[in-house]
Ligand binder design. Structure first.
Ligand SMILES: *Cc1c(COP(=O)(O)O)cnc(C)c1O
Length: 337
C-alpha cells in the first residue's frame, strides 16, 4: 500500500474514465467488497449461471445469496428478461458479468431496476478495455470489479484487483473496508478486512497499463483474422457482437455442433483449445441448490457447443496462420477426444 499503489489507482481510474479506483488484493475481493459496501449482505444477488465460480464465491463472501439467471445467446451475458423473472423483495444487487470481454447490457439492467433499491456491480474481470457505446466498462453501474490475476487481459505477477466507481461515498467506504474498517486515524469505523494490493504488484500494473493499447490492438487483430477465417465456414459460429460495443477479447469462444471433433482437429495441428468453463455454475456440487431461473436453456446449449481458441498478444503471425487454416478447412467431422 505504498505510493505506487495510489499512483496506480489514479492511472486506473483514468483508464476506466471513473472518478475513483480502489486497489485490492484480488478480483474476488473487488466483487465481495463492492457488494458489502452497497449493502447486499443478507439479501439475494442475481448473476449469470455462466460465469467463473469466483463470481459466486464473492457473492457468498459478501454474506449474500447468489441467484442464477439465463444468458442472451448472442452476447452470452445475463439475459434481462431472465433477471426480471428472478427479482423479488430480497433482491439487493445484480452482478452482470462481461463474459469473455463482451459487455453485458447494463442499460437494459438499469432500466429494469430504475427506482428500486438494487445495486449493479459489474464483474469486469475479463473485460479490461471493453466499451459500451464508447464508455469503458466499470463505470456503467454503481461499481465495477476488476481482477489482475496473471492470466487476465491486464495481469500482475500474482493476485491483485481493483474497484472503480463514480460515487464519492462508496469510494470512502471501500477504502476503509479493505483495511480493517479504518479511518485516517486508524480507528475502525466499521468491521473490515485485509485486502491490500502489494506495492510490487502496483508497480508492475502501472507498466502493464502503459503497454496496454499495443497489446489490446494485437488481440483485436487476431480476433479479426479468426472472424475472416470463419466467414465462409458453415460449421463454426464466431462469437456474437451486440451493436455499440467494443469487445475485450479476453477469450475467443466459438460454437459448433461437433465441438469435441473441432478440439481434436486443432490438437492434431498442435493447437491447444479449452472450455470456459467445464460446466455451468449450477452443475457444481456446491451450487446445485441455488435458486435459479425456471429455464437456463441458453446456458445449457452453450456448454455443449463452445470452444475457446487461443488468443493472446504473444501469439505469432505464423501461429495465427496455422489456426486460421484449421478453422477454414475443418469439415465439421471427426471424432472427439
Ligand atoms: C478471474 C475472475 C474473477 C476473480 O478474480 P480473481 O482475481 O481470480 O479473484 C471473477 N469473475 C470472473 C468472471 C473472472 O474471470
Amino acid at each position: 500500500m505504498g505510493e505506487r499503489v495510489a499512483k496506480f489507482e489514479s492511472q486506473f481510474a483514468d483508464f476506466c474514465q471513473t472518478r475513483h479506483a480502489v486497489a485490492v488484493a484480488s478480483g474476488t475481493d473487488a466483487l465481495a467488497l463492492s457488494l458489502r459496501a452497497l449493502g447486499a449482505g443478507g439479501g439475494e444477488v442475481i448473476t449469470s449461471a455462466h460465469t467463473a465460480i469466483a463470481t459466486i464465491a464473492a457473492i457468498e463472501l459478501a454474506g449474500a445469496t447468489p441467484v442464477l439467471a439465463d444468458i442472451n445467446p448472442l452476447s452470452r451475458c445475463v439475459d434481462i428478461g431472465s433477471v426480471a423473472s428472478l427479482l423479488n423483495e430480497r433482491t439487493r444487487a445484480i452482478v452482470p458479468v462481461h463474459i469473455y470481454g463482451h459487455p453485458a447490457d447494463i442499460n437494459g439492467l438499469r432500466k429494469l431496476v430504475a427506482g428500486a433499491d438494487i445495486a449493479i456491480v459489474e464483474d469486469c474481470a475479463q473485460a479490461h478495455g471493453a466499451t459500451l457505446e464508447g464508455c469503458p466498462v466499470g463505470g456503467l453501474g454503481d461499481a465495477g470489479a476488476f481482477s489482475f490475476y496473471p492470466t487476465k487481459t491486464i495481469g500482475a505477477m500474482g493476485d491483485a484487483g481493483a474497484i472503480v466507481t463514480n460515487s464519492d461515498e462508496l469510494f470512502r467506504t471501500l477504502r476503509s473496508l479493505r483495511q480493517y474498517g479504518w479511518d485516517r486515524h486508524r480507528m475502525s469505523q466499521r468491521s473490515g478486512q485485509n485486502s491490500r494490493m502489494d506495492t510490487l504488484q502496483a508497480a508492475i500494473l502501472s507498466m502493464q497499463l502503459a503497454g496496454f493499447e499495443e497489446r489490446f490492438e494485437r488481440r483485436q487483430l487476431i480476433a479479426q483474422r479468426y472472424r475472416d477465417a470463419l466467414s465462409h465456414q458453415p460449421h463454426i459460429e464466431a462469437p456474437g457482437i451486440m451493436p455499440g460495443i467494443r469487445h475485450g477479447y479476453h477469450q475467443f469462444v466459438v460454437q459448433c455442433e461437433n465441438r469435441d471433433a473441432l478440439a481434436s482437429a486443432l490438437e492434431a495441428g498442435g493447437v491447444e483449445s479449452g472450455r470456459h468453463y467445464a460446466c455451468p455454475v449450477h452443475a457444481h456440487p456446491a451450487y446445485g441448490g441455488l435458486r435459479r431461473a425456471e429455464s437456463l436453456a441458453e446456458v445449457e446449449k452453450l456448454y455443449d457447443r463452445m470452444l475457446s481458441i487461443p488468443i493472446y498478444p504473444e501469439l505469432g503471425d505464423e501461429e495465427v496462420d496455422v489456426i486460421c487454416h484449421i478453422l477454414t478447412t475443418w469439415r465439421g467431422e471427426g471424432e472427439g477426444r
